[in-house]
Design a protein. Structure first.
Length: 422
C-alpha cells in the first residue's frame, strides 16, 4: 500500500534518532544495553553533551558582568528561556529555572503558603509523585486542609467524580500530575484545570513524566503553573517552572534581598547551573530537528517541536502495544494500569508490573545482568504504592519506553522476562 502524505510527514527516523545518543552503543556482559529506564531519566544526545562542555570551555562566568564571557552567559540563558518558551508555548519571562522540579515546587509552595491559613484547602491525588504532594502537605502546619482524590484501583486512573466533589469554594489550589510516573496514566488535566478555575482555585501541574511523550501547550491548558525536568526529556539535570506572569509578579517568594524583583529572576536564587542551562537549549533544538525531519514543512521551532511529538507518539504507541500484549502473556505477571489498547491514548508507554514469586528488585537485577535497564521500587509515587499494597514488598518493576527504543529491544525484554518467570 502506498504511503500517505500524513504518514510520510509524521514518520520517526529511528536510525537518525539512535545515532544522536552515544550511550546507546554500550554493552553489558556482552549484551547490547537496552535503556528502559527513561522514567528515571532519559539518555542525552551528543549535542547536549557538547553544549555543556563548550560552555565550560569558552563562556564560564557569572552573569551581569561588564566583560565578554559574562555577556555571553547572559545571552545563553536568555536563549535557553526562549527555547523552553517554545517547548511549552509561553513567553520567555514566564520560564523559571531551578535545580529540579522538587525544589521549584517547594519554593512555590512556600510562596503560595504565605497567603493561606486555617479554612483554606488544597486538593491533591493518590496518583502523584511525592514531589507534588509533600510540598503542599507541609502547609498543614499553617492550618491548611489537604483533600486527597481517590483512584480507581483496577486501572489506576483518577476518580474524577471524587475530584470534582473535593474542589469547593474553600479550595485555593489543585495540584495534579499530567501523567503518572509509576503506571503511565495520562490525566485529563485540561478538565481538571477547568474544574479548579470554576471554584476560583489555582492549578499546579506536574508534567515531569508527560514531557518526554507528548506536546505541552500551557495557554491551551490555562494552567497557573506547570513544572517539568529537562533530564526526563533528553536534557541535563535541571528543573523548569512555567508560571502565569501575573502570579509570578504577585506572589512573594522567599529570596535574598540583593536579588532583583523582576520576573522571572526573582524566583531564581544564587548562581544557576549555567552549563546545564546551555544543555537545555540543545535538548529543545534536538527535538526541533527531529520534528523537521518528520515534517520538513514546519517553519518555527515551536511547530517543529509539535511535529516531533507527533512522530514520537506514533512510534511509542506501536512499541507500547507490543510490550503490553507480550507482558500480559507471561504467566504470573500482573500489570498495573490501563491495558486496553482502545484506551492507549490515556496512558504513556510506562508500565508497572509484578511477577509472582519474584520481588521487583530480583527482576530488575536479573534484567540488568542481561543488559536491560529497568527500575524497581516506588519511584516516589509513595501514595500509590501504599494504596495498591505493594510498598511493603518492593513496589513495582517499571519498564519505561522512550522514542529511541526499538521493536527488537522490546522483544529482548519479553524473552528475558519469560525466561526469568520460568
Amino acid at each position: 500500500m502506498p504511503t500517505t502524505e500524513t504518514e510520510r510527514t509524521s514518520a520517526l527516523d529511528l536510525t537518525w534518532v539512535r545515532s544522536q545518543f552515544p550511550s546507546l552503543s554500550q554493552t553489558v556482559n556482552g549484551q547490547p544495553a537496552t535503556f528502559l529506564d527513561g522514567p528515571g531519566g532519559t539518555q542525552v544526545p551528543q549535542r547536549v553533551i557538547d553544549a555543556i562542555s563548550d560552555y565550560l570551555k569558552r563562556d564560564n562566568a557569572n552573569t551581569c558582568g561588564a566583560y565578554a564571557t559574562s555577556r555571553r552567559s547572559d545571552t545563553m540563558i536568555a536563549g535557553a528561556r526562549s527555547a523552553m518558551a517554545d517547548f511549552l508555548g509561553c513567553d520567555s519571562d514566564e520560564i523559571v529555572f531551578g535545580a529540579n522540579m522538587t525544589s521549584l515546587t517547594f519554593a512555590m509552595s512556600r510562596a503560595i503558603g504565605r497567603e493561606l491559613g486555617p479554612g483554606d484547602e488544597i486538593v491533591l491525588t493518590h496518583l502523584d509523585h511525592d514531589a507534588n504532594i509533600s510540598p503542599w502537605r507541609a502547609l498543614e502546619e499553617r492550618g491548611v486542609t489537604i483533600r486527597m482524590v481517590e483512584i480507581h484501583e483496577d486501572d489506576c486512573t483518577l476518580d474524577l467524580a471524587d475530584l470534582e466533589r473535593k474542589i469547593t469554594d474553600r479550595t485555593k489550589l489543585v495540584a495534579v500530575g499530567y501523567a503518572s510516573n509509576a503506571v503511565g496514566t495520562i490525566n485529563d488535566v485540561k478538565k481538571i484545570i477547568g474544574l479548579a478555575h470554576q471554584r476560583g482555585a489555582m492549578a499546579y501541574i506536574d508534567a515531569v513524566h508527560y514531557a518526554p511523550h507528548g506536546p505541552i501547550d500551557v495557554p491551551a491548558l490555562d494552567c497557573d503553573f506547570l513544572v517539568c525536568s529537562t533530564y526526563k526529556f533528553f536534557g541535563p539535570h535541571m528543573g523548569v517552572l512555567y508560571g502565569k506572569r501575573d502570579h509570578l509578579k504577585r506572589l512573594e517568594p522567599y529570596k535574598l534581598r540583593a536579588n532583583t524583583n523582576a520576573i522571572p529572576q526573582r524566583w531564581e536564587w544564587g548562581t544557576l547551573n549555567h552549563e546545564c542551562i546551555a544543555g537545555i537549549s540543545a535538548c529543545v533544538d534536538y527535538l526541533a530537528d527531529l520534528g523537521r525531519r518528520a515534517n520538513p514543512a514546519v517553519s518555527t521551532r515551536r511547530a517543529a517541536v509539535l511535529a516531533a511529538y507527533e512522530a514520537i507518539q506514533k512510534h511509542e504507541h506501536g512499541l507500547m502495544g507490543s510490550l503490553i500484549r507480550g507482558l500480559l502473556s507471561i504467566p504470573g505477571l500482573k500489570l498495573y494500569g490501563i491495558s486496553d489498547p482502545k484506551r492507549f491514548d490515556q496512558r504513556c508507554p510506562t508500565v508497572a508490573v509484578r511477577i509472582k514469586g519474584f520481588t521487583p528488585l530480583e527482576l530488575a537485577t536479573q534484567l540488568g545482568d542481561r543488559g536491560i535497564f529497568t527500575w524497581d521500587g516506588n519511584y516516589y509515587a509513595l501514595n500509590l504504592s501504599e494504596r495498591l499494597d505493594v510498598e511493603k514488598d518492593g513496589g513495582f518493576l517499571r519498564i519505561g519506553l522512550a522514542h529511541y527504543n526499538t521493536v527488537e529491544e522490546v522483544e529482548r525484554l519479553l524473552v528475558a522476562l519469560r525466561e526469568i518467570a520460568g
